[in-house]
Design a protein around this ligand. Structure first.
Ligand code: SAH
Length: 366
């Protein structure tokens, strides 16, 4: 069904929706995103077990609590057996995917990660998603050959000057996340990207460009969450003021704006997998995930990192569900999904496999 003219989303239309405050209009946007979500990816919600494999990081991103200059952190790197145990627990909990996320950590060597992927693939039927930052093509190729299915790499902001300021390149190596995303796609990965909402310096105009970029990149996964100030980081204190755009232009890092971006992402990328992110759940513990799932999201990424390590992976403070066991998270989520009238999806839940499934379902019976 074609979208009504209200939802024809050129750049000006996106800016207008992002700035919309009328409750009736926002309810229509949310309902349209929910309808498109149901039509394209159905009611089942994919659960991806998140393993925070390392809190070591060589980068100095101005927003992140794990940035290299933070010297007092008690950093860790999981052993291969520990990661494998997390993956097995994700499989036992009924999840279809394990996501290995970490700081940009050269200690996670090409061979180490390849061996971990191989072991997960031998011992489980899980899809493997990586989110390990900017890496050489040789690493990415080796991990793809070892069986990795997907890669998450947010481009963080389409504003190049802002990107360079908040995400400094390593010496002698220009940061090029868009280039890496395109190469990942060519290597056969499903690719995910996204931005933070309300990053100091992010304007409405930039955010509309971010949204258009999600579509241009034909993303398989789109992840957006509010920027949450992390103390001790340059953007976590008064220093952030120097980054802010003029008040009329600066995007707020709040829940209503994040929900608008989730809904618009669904309209622009109808068959993408879109998570209700932990950052949003951190901002609104009671309702954040539910509201996103009712406005276009179809994925949740429960944490399966051993609780002893979770508190040490502090990208931002107060992360939702940090103290919960993986089992408690699964049971809590399953209950919340039931209340929403949504089911837990079975299988790996990749965009391509879902599309294929749909095509075979809609093919005439012989
Ligand atoms: N090292 C990997 C994984 C980073 S964590 C990488 O750089 O890709 C995943 C995402 O968390 C980041 O891409 C960023 O968008 C988000 N993030 C980082 N710091 C944040 C903060 N203070 N508030 C909200 N989100 C944050």
């Amino acid at each position: 069904m074609p979208c009504s003219p209200e939802f024809q989303l050129d750049h000006a239309g996106l800016v207008a929706w992002l700035r919309e405050e009328d409750p009736g209009a926002l309810a229509r946007l949310g309902a349209e995103a929910d309808r498109v979500r149901r039509e394209h990816v159905g009611d089942a919600v994919h659960l991806r077990g998140l393993v925070e494999v390392s809190s070591h990081c060589v980068r100095s991103c101005l927003y992140c609590g794990l940035r290299a200059p933070e010297e007092d952190l008690d950093r860790y790197r999981l052993e291969a057996e520990e990661i494998l145990a997390c993956a097995c627990s994700a499989a036992a909990l009924g999840y279809g995917t394990v996501v290995l996320q970490g700081g940009e950590d050269p200690g996670l060597t090409r061979d180490f990660i390849a061996e971990v992927i191989g072991a997960i693939k031998r011992q489980t039927r899980l899809a493997v998603t990586l989110s390990l930052g900017e890496r050489d093509d040789e690493d990415l190729l080796a991990w793809r050959e070892a069986g990795a299915d997907r890669y998450l790499l947010r481009f963080e902001t389409a504003d190049r000057a802002l990107y360079r300021r908040v995400h400094p390149s390593l010496p002698g190596r220009l940061s090029d996340r868009l280039g890496q995303l395109r190469r990942l796609r060519d290597m056969g990965y499903e690719i995910g990207s996204g931005v933070m909402i309300g990053l100091p310096g992010q304007t409405w105009d930039t955010l509309a460009t971010d949204l258009r970029r999600f579509r241009e990149l034909d993303l398989d996964m789109v992840g957006v969450g509010p920027f949450l100030p992390s103390p001790r980081t340059p953007l976590g204190g008064p220093g952030a003021l120097a980054f802010l755009a003029p008040p009329a232009l600066q995007v707020p890092n709040d829940e209503p704006t994040t929900l608008k971006v989730v809904a618009l992402s669904r309209l622009l990328c109808p068959d993408a997998n879109i998570p209700a992110t932990t950052a949003l759940a951190t901002l609104d513990r009671d309702q954040g995930r539910e509201l996103a799932l009712q406005r276009g999201a179809n994925v949740v990424m429960p944490n399966v990192t051993p609780p002893a390590f979770r508190a040490r992976y502090e990208i931002y403070p107060g992360k939702a569900c940090v103290g919960e066991t993986a089992e408690a998270c699964r049971d809590c989520l399953a209950g919340r999904l039931r209340t929403l009238g949504r089911s837990v999806a079975k299988g790996p839940g990749g965009r391509l496999s879902t599309l294929r499934q749909e095509m075979s379902l809609s093919a005439p019976h012989r």
